[in-house]
Structure formats: structure tokens, C-alpha cells
Design a protein around this ligand. Structure first.
Ligand code: NCD
Length: 307
């Protein structure tokens, strides 16, 4: 039963509950028009303490496509937060107006704090460098769409694996399916944090490839998940400038990949995928964004208990 639940990190839902959401999302994708009034009269609050276009638009579009309405702020300076209000008070007030809340915050753990005070479902839309479970919902729905399975896949993750919260959530979620292998390609300074590695089930196969070219490893991947170097989480600009172009997927590198590889990216892209790759049929990052909106529609409907 997903009604009334919070989604703070991927482990909050079992694989069976995720599958329940994917099944509804699949039905929604096949007949969007049938769901236009599912959330009529309901309100979603979007509390974005950190910039976002994709995730916020994706949530808002999802709610509008379900016939619901949206209130919220896209930057905290335009809200009472600027007056010094705490998260606990903001969420309790917002819960008086809205039926569900989506929150993005630069500090790790913020969404969990909000959930602790909230009588309405809280969805974590990214808490600092920690987790981003609805991007994971998007990513898994995309993998399921293109590969029809999760079991036994080799997932390559490339770029900023330290600060990239989408990577942390994706690893946590995919590690629950049998036979999944990870190939983590990054500079030594941007490897997956220990707390994520420590949370993996015993026997989970992870190959960490540090400071080596992507082209040497791309051939063994079913999925390549490229990520942006997360400039806003660096302590100094010089480090960012040194590392920002550490891995670039271009047509030459992609020519070493399997024909059935899929290339994913949470977006926004900066420099890590050359535009020349966009026309390759293995590039699925724009369809991935659409699948993300549909997965969010299903998530909202399930948490509101209207499906
Ligand atoms: C990601 C994020 O915010 O963590 N973007 C997104 O949600 N679409 C990835 C990123 O910003 O690099």
C-alpha cells in the first residue's frame, strides 16, 4: 500500500512496490488521456530550495497531466524561508494547503526532516549530494522500457560518482536485483562514497575503474549512465576546472560499445556527452526525461491513493 507514504530514498519502496508504480506508469503511457482528471481538486506543493528545471517541471507537468494543481516556490528567497522559517514549520504549514509535497534542498537529510513533521506525503527531489529517488524511478522505468528486465545487467556509471546523487540512488536501487554488475568509471577524486559502497548487499559485483579511459570499459556495458561533474558541490573552483572534462562520451568512444547499449543521463548535460552522440539510436536521455514525467505521474497517483 503506497497511499500516504513518503519517498526519501530508493530503499523506502520494495522492488515489488516499484513494480506497482511502473505498471501504472506503463498504463498511463499507453493512454494518457484516460488520466486527465485523476487528481482533480488536489494540490501538489513544490518546495525547491535549490535550482532545478527538469525535476520541477517534470513534477509540475505530471500533476497538471493528472488534472491537479501546483503551488510552490522555485527559489527560497521568494518564500518565508528568507525570514528564517524552519523546514519543520514550512512543511506543517504547506500541509494545510496541499495534498502532497515535493522538496529539493541543498542539505543532505532535509527531506527526511520534513517527512518527520509532515502529515502529507513528502517526495525527496534531491537532498544535497545524498539521494534523488525520483530520478531513480525515472532511470529504472527507462531501463525496464528498453531492456525489459533489471536482472543480470551490467551498469556503467561514469563521471562524478562522488557528488552525483542520482548515481548513489541508482546504485542502491539496482543492487537489489540479482546478477546486476556495476562498472564505476571516474577520476580518483570522484569515486562512489564509502557509505554507498558499504550499503551494497554482500557479493554485489562492483568494478571500480579509476583514472582509466572509458573506451577501455564501455564494451562490457548494457547501460552507460553518464553524469555531469557537480560544480555546485565543489569546495574550490580550481578542482572543478581540473576535473570538469574528465570523461567525454563522443562517437569515437561510443564506437567501442555494444549495439544494444543504452546511454542514459539525468540531465542537464554540460560537456560530458558530445552533441554528435545525440543522433545515435543508443542515446536515450531525452526519451528518459519523458519517461520520468510519466513515472512521476504514477508515483503521485499511488501516494495520493487515487489510482
Ligand atoms: C540531477 C540532479 O539534480 O541531481 N538532475 C536532475 O534531477 N534532472 C543531475 C544533475 O544535476 O547533474
Amino acid at each position: 500500500m503506497l497511499k500516504g507514504r513518503h519517498l526519501i530514498e530508493p530503499h523506502d519502496f520494495t522492488p515489488a512496490e516499484m513494480e506497482e508504480i511502473f505498471r501504472l506508469a506503463e498504463t498511463m503511457a499507453a493512454s494518457m488521456g484516460d488520466f486527465f482528471s485523476l487528481c482533480r481538486g488536489m494540490i501538489m506543493a513544490t518546495l525547491f530550495y535549490e535550482p532545478s528545471t527538469r525535476t520541477r517541471f517534470s513534477f509540475e507537468a505530471a500533476m497538471y497531466r493528472l488534472g491537479g494543481q501546483v503551488i510552490g516556490f522555485a527559489e527560497p528567497n521568494s518564500s518565508s524561508v528568507a525570514k528564517g522559517e524552519s523546514i519543520a514549520d514550512t512543511i506543517r504549514t504547506v500541509a494545510c494547503y496541499a495534498d502532497i509535497a515535493v522538496m529539493r534542498h541543498p542539505k543532505e537529510g532535509s527531506a527526511l526532516v520534513a517527512a518527520g513533521y509532515s502529515p502529507i506525503p513528502v517526495i525527496n527531489a534531491g537532498d544535497g549530494g545524498h539521494h534523488h529517488p525520483t530520478q531513480t524511478l525515472t532511470d529504472l522505468f527507462t531501463i525496464r522500457h528498453y531492456k525489459q528486465r533489471f536482472e543480470g545487467l551490467t551498469v556503467g556509471l561514469c563521471g562524478d560518482l562522488k557528488f552525483g546523487r542520482t548515481v548513489h540512488s541508482l546504485i542502491q536501487a539496482m543492487a537489489r536485483y540479482p546478477g546486476v554488475r556495476f562498472v564505476c568509471v571516474s577520476p580518483g577524486e570522484l569515486t562512489v562514497p564509502d557509505y554507498i559502497m558499504a550499503g551494497l548487499p554482500a557479493g554485489c559485483a562492483v568494478e571500480c575503474v579509476v583514472d582509466q579511459p572509458l573506451e577501455q570499459h564501455i564494451g562490457k556495458m548494457d547501460i552507460l549512465y553518464m553524469t555531469r561533474v557537480q560544480r555546485e558541490r565543489f569546495f574550490n573552483e580550481a578542482d572543478y576546472l581540473r576535473l570538469k572534462d574528465c570523461y567525454i562520451l563522443d562517437r569515437r568512444v561510443l564506437s567501442r560499445a555494444r549495439e544494444d547499449l543504452i546511454v542514459m543521463h539525468p540531465l542537464p548535460r554540460v560537456n560530458e556527452i558530445a552533441y554528435g552522440v545525440d543522433d545515435d539510436r543508443r542515446a536515450v536521455y531525452f526519451p528518459q526525461a519523458r519517461l520520468g514525467m510519466i513515472a512521476r505521474m504514477a508515483l503521485i497517483a499511488k501516494l495520493l491513493g487515487v489510482s
